[in-house]
Design a protein around this ligand. Structure first.
Ligand SMILES: Cc1cc2nc3c(=O)[nH]c(=O)nc-3n(C[C@H](O)[C@H](O)[C@H](O)COP(=O)(O)OP(=O)(O)OC[C@H]3O[C@@H](n4cnc5c(N)ncnc54)[C@H](O)[C@@H]3O)c2cc1C
Length: 471
């Protein structure tokens, strides 16, 4: 049966479901609040010939169905990149993921000895509690490594103490330290023995020639070619259930036609608050305290020498607010308008409506230049330009009680067979593009089948699915 499906958001999750459903012959209408860009957090911004992401977006996945999806669309435009990233720590550049040989030779030997001793101490006398981020990291790596490489950076990213962050974040992001592999790797490096292991995801990743937005622009074009509708600058304010069908109201007062199914990638809190008839009070209360970490990118462009080889640098330096610095020409040469053109992306983490968020674009540009000077990272004055992008819903926050509240909300939403929350903010889950795509695939299949056979909430629940190993 041909269905009409409304999709809220033209990010990776929304556009993937639009494409899969349009390919099956269903009528899809996508409402996207951004006036210009599709791709959501995975869009690529174009400014005077320079392109940059909202945080560099590596393409990697364990799911073949997902890599097949993007490889088929991008074909030769998907580049294989060697990862180069370092940590700026105590005015020294250290490889990231950390390289044990460098810890020995580049840092104060006493500090390195402290890392090793505190690591073995915690292995001999393990901590019983691993319930929050701090306890989890100390249990796995020891107090000293935690203090040097996890605590201040994580608190900068999340804006809260590590003891108040759920250990789910660590489980999702960081694998256990494999001490045997670490010692083997160190010895091989010290003895200069070549390591012929298959290149891991940590060392290489894929990246579209013109940034991740290139994928989503191609998907948009295919959806439209198949007859789907994508309405830009259309913010959905509320959704209304009418005789087992759905329609949406937009912020400009317009309404959609009735649809058989509705897919939402809007932040879960906003979806719940916009449902009509209104959800019960306990559900409204449960989402009220869902919070999101916001993200500000200050892209600085200039003509001149490219001063560092990294894709990005993590900044562990209390003198500055910047958390990470991208160098987009190193992701793909086509991201800048010429080989003598450079684009840095200075990345800041903040809370929507805090003092940092309220800084004007000019103030942010001045701050970014000042911080580059403090760090000794050079830029030239020739054709110096900038662009600021603010993302209010960048990271769903995992505080210590988010999980119980999320389960309540899931149970409430599961009663609707034709309302499908998916994606990252849509599920309040720290999902990458590949997970968001997978949730869209499952929801599209559920719509095709007419019942919720597959569970998008389960995507990326697997503790084995580790994005990267920090040590
Ligand atoms: C700094 C940073 C770095 C990242 N790095 C990587 C990486 O290296 N690799 C990777 O795979 N992933 C990365 N990600 C994650 C990736 O960006 C997300 O997983 C992905 O974009 C999520 O897709 P989505 O469609 O679920 O949500 P989003 O990308 O958030 O898209 C949702 C869309 O819905 C729209 N929308 C929301 N509410 C409404 C509404 N009410 N009405 C209409 N439209 C609405 C938004 O404008 C947006 O376009 C990174 C994310 C960040 C923040």
């Amino acid at each position: 049966m041909k269905k009409t499906v409304i999709i809220i958001g033209a990010g990776p999750a929304g556009l993937t479901s639009a494409l899969l459903l349009a390919r099956e012959g269903h009528d899809v209408i996508v409402y996207e609040s951004d006036k210009e860009y599709v791709g959501g957090l995975s869009r690529t911004v174009l400014h005077n010939g320079y392109r940059f992401d909202i945080g560099g977006h590596r393409f990697f996945t364990k799911e073949k169905v997902v890599s097949d999806f993007w490889e088929k669309i991008l074909q030769d435009d998907l580049l294989r990149r060697k990862r180069t990233s370092r940590i700026f720590y105590k005015k020294t550049f250290l490889s990231y993921p950390l390289n044990p040989a460098e810890l020995i030779f580049k840092l104060n030997p006493l500090e390195t000895a402290g890392f090793i001793l505190s690591f073995f101490k915690v292995k001999m006398f393990p901590r019983k509690r691993k319930d929050n981020f701090e306890n989890w990291i100390i249990s796995n790596f020891g107090q000293k490594l935690y203090q040097a490489f996890f605590q201040s950076y994580t608190e900068k990213v999340w804006g809260m103490e590590c003891s108040k962050i759920s250990s789910d974040w660590a489980v999702q992001r960081i694998n256990n330290l494999n001490i045997t592999a670490l010692i083997k790797k160190t010895l091989m490096q010290l003895l200069r023995i070549k390591n012929n292991d298959i290149k891991s995801l940590i060392e290489e990743f894929d990246y579209p020639k013109l940034g991740p937005g290139m994928l989503w622009e191609k998907v948009r074009d295919e959806v439209e070619a198949l007859g789907g509708t994508i309405v830009m600058g259309a913010k959905v304010n509320s959704i209304h259930q009418i005789n087992a069908q759905w329609k949406v109201s937009l912020s400009n007062g317009e309404e959609s036609p009735l649809a058989n199914d509705i897919i939402s990638t809007a932040p879960l809190r906003e979806l719940i608050k916009g449902i009509n008839p209104q959800p019960p009070d306990n559900i409204l209360k449960a989402v009220e305290s869902f919070s999101y970490r916001s993200f500000v990118t200050v892209a600085i462009m200039f003509r001149g020498r490219n001063h560092f080889p990294d894709n990005w640098i993590y900044i562990h330096d209390p003198r500055v607010k910047v958390g990470r610095i991208q160098n987009y020409g190193n992701w793909s040469a086509a991201m800048t308008p010429g080989l003598d053109c450079v684009c840095y992306g200075l990345e800041y983490f903040c809370q929507r409506d805090d003092d940092f968020w309220k800084l004007t674009n000019e103030e942010l540009f001045e701050l970014a230049k000042k911080e580059l000077d403090i760090l000794g990272l050079k830029y030239s004055q020739e054709e110096l330009d900038y662009k600021v992008i603010k993302s209010p819903y960048a990271y769903p926050i995992y505080d210590l009680s988010y999980k119980e509240r999320l389960i309540q909300v899931q149970e409430y939403l599961n009663q609707f067979s034709n309302l499908h929350p998916i994606g990252r903010s849509g599920l309040h889950r720290y999902n990458n593009q590949d997970h968001s795509i997978k949730t869209a695939m499952l929801a599209s299949e559920n719509i095709r089948l007419g019942h919720k056979k597959f569970n998008p909430w389960k995507v990326n629940q697997d503790a084995e699915y580790i994005e990267e190993i920090k040590l």
